[in-house]
Design a binder for this molecule. Structure first.
Ligand SMILES: Nc1ncnc2c1ncn2[C@@H]1O[C@H](COP(=O)(O)OP(=O)(O)O)[C@@H](O)[C@H]1O
Ligand SMILES: O=P(O)(O)OC[C@H]1O[C@](O)(COP(=O)(O)O)[C@@H](O)[C@@H]1O
Length: 336
């Protein structure tokens, strides 16, 4: 494939720092610790600018799409792609796809320039809109082909990245010169190979406000219990980091660590102990924790969202109800 010198080589801000460019053979190991006689494990290609690029600046027609769930920082990422392409790589044709994957074939596009995206990082959500479902590979690639797009920047979670992989396969099957770049988005920070996913810190910071409020309420009442449900379908990082940062949380329940309610070592026993010691308590629960404990009648068996993700029951409502029933029963038995 034909290559061209990276335009950054002529940019004094980058060219003076010789190590700025990434060697094409550089890799990043998935596992830091390996055994002397073990295999080297999986290695990923190292990200970063290369000495050579595959597109001439004036030949690039880029598009950006955001799909799936929201996450703080989406607009910042859109802004960085637009400004990076424009100022660093001299690209002038960049469009935004409106409303996720289905926007490729059912909606209009928006022209993106540094001026258009100048202030978007100060806003929440995604200026491009997002959606679940609607991944029609052949319609999407038809649209890419018809519009003459040759760089596709896809920002989204695991579902979105599966969609991007399918687009790439179809592009390849049709023999098109189109790059598909997946930018991982997860508010949960559950991608082991990266240090921190964008939006995670903001989520942890925002969670503090809910925890503080719950703590104030709990402290104001005799035997007050504050329950805070936080995001985290399959991962408890937000709940755990928010708990560690807060210092007001007595108990943190996460999907990775099963728990039970009744009996020795159960949650109710711990609640009784903390109330006796301290007169109030705060419980943080990630939305995916304890799903196995919810009764059959509460299970939304087989219910899925438009992308096929399983819909969870409201564990916050359930646990509050169970705690109320339990504490009511204790009070009733004391009074009888
Ligand atoms: N296996 C898949 N193949 C193709 N497209 C998919 C797949 N899974 C999800 N998608 C598409 O990716 C988009 C986002 O997926 P979703 O699961 O809703 O969010 P997230 O990317 O945040 O996990 C949706 O438009 C959905 O149709
Ligand atoms: O209410 P929704 O839209 O289904 O999304 C909520 C859930 O999405 C998740 O954040 C996962 O989404 P991402 O990893 O794609 O950001 C869960 O952990 C969270 O609880």
């Amino acid at each position: 494939m034909q290559t061209y010198p990276n335009p950054l080589q002529d940019n004094p801000a980058y060219s003076v720092v010789k190590q700025y460019f990434v060697d094409v053979d550089d890799t990043v190991a998935q596992k830091i610790v390996v055994h002397k006689n073990g295999d080297r494990g999986i290695h990923f290609r190292r990200a970063g600018p290369r000495q050579k690029v595959y597109f001439k600046s004036d030949e690039v027609h880029a598009c950006i799409v955001t799909c799936g769930g929201l996450c703080p920082g989406l607009n910042t990422v859109i802004r960085e792609i637009v400004c990076g392409l424009h100022y660093m790589y001299g690209v002038s044709k960049i469009i935004g796809i409106d409303g996720g994957y289905m926007g490729f074939y059912s909606k209009n596009t928006v022209t993106l320039t540094p001026k258009v995206v100048n202030d978007i990082h100060k806003r929440g959500g995604t200026v491009l809109g997002t959606s679940r479902g609607g991944h029609d590979t052949s319609k999407i690639v038809d649209s890419i082909q018809d519009r003459g797009i040759n760089q596709v920047y896809v920002i989204g979670g695991d579902g979105t990245q599966k969609g991007a992989a399918v687009i790439y396969e179809e592009v390849r099957r049709r023999g098109l010169k189109v790059s598909v770049a997946g930018i991982p988005k997860t508010i949960d920070n559950d991608i082991p190979v990266i240090d921190r996913s964008f939006g995670f810190d903001t989520a942890v910071e925002e969670a503090q406000r809910a925890i503080n409020a719950a703590h104030v309420e709990a402290e104001s009442t005799e035997n007050g219990i504050g329950v805070v449900k936080l995001m985290g379908r399959y991962s408890g990082f937000i709940a755990m980091y928010a708990t560690l940062a807060s210092r007001d949380v007595d108990c943190c329940l996460i999907p990775e660590s099963p728990f039970f309610l009744e009996g020795k070592g159960g949650l109710f026993q711990f609640i009784r102990k903390r109330l006796k010691e301290n007169g109030h308590m705060v419980i943080v629960i990630a939305e995916g924790a304890g799903q196995d404990l919810l009764t059959e009648s509460m299970q939304s068996m087989g219910q899925q969202d438009a992308s096929g993700n399983k819909q969870l029951q409201d564990v916050g409502f359930w646990i509050s109800h169970r705690i109320k029933v339990h504490t009511f029963a204790i009070r009733a038995s004391r009074n009888s």
